[in-house]
Design a binder for this molecule. Structure first.
Ligand SMILES: Nc1ncnc2c1ncn2[C@@H]1O[C@H](COP(=O)(O)OP(=O)(O)OP(=O)(O)O)[C@@H](O)[C@H]1O
Ligand SMILES: [Mg+2]
Length: 112
């Protein structure tokens, strides 16, 4: 099992959500977050002047997936979130040790 954490633009979120439904994810958690990447929240650096970082609003999406769904889910996010402009976001993948459906006490991929 893997936990996918994707940071995407607000303007792409609806398309990303639809792409994720199409690929058959069972659930997801989203959150409004603020962050910066390598432009530090600015499109340009002017004449080498250093600016403080600026946190920009993004949407964080967390999805637990069985291993066999990982590639399809990553592809769905990548293709739906991409505009080609800076700030399109990132996808982080981590090992998910356990998942428990509280109602039934199911464990592991069954519980996803
Ligand atoms: N190394 C990182 N660790 C944690 N969060 C990150 C990291 N890089 C980016 N993010 C998150 O993703 C958001 C979008 O990042 P962004 O797409 O600008 O990355 P980038 O590396 O600057 O790529 P690009 O050059 O395409 O803009 C950030 O606002 C931040 O929330
Ligand atoms: Mg950036």
């Amino acid at each position: 099992m893997k936990m996918i954490t994707a940071i995407v633009k607000h303007t792409r979120f609806d398309v990303v959500r639809r792409a994720l439904m199409e690929v058959g994810v069972q659930g997801m958690t989203t959150n409004d977050v603020r962050g910066f990447g390598r432009q530090k929240g600015f499109r340009e650096v002017y004449r080498g002047t250093e600016y403080e970082v600026r946190f920009l609003p993004k949407v964080k999406i967390e999805i637990a997936v069985p291993d066999e769904k990982l590639d399809a889910v990553i592809k769905a996010i990548e293709e739906s979130a991409r505009t080609g402009e800076v700030g399109d976001g990132k996808i982080f993948v981590t090992e998910l040790q356990q998942c428990i459906r509280i109602r039934t006490a199911e464990r592991g991929e069954e519980a996803i």
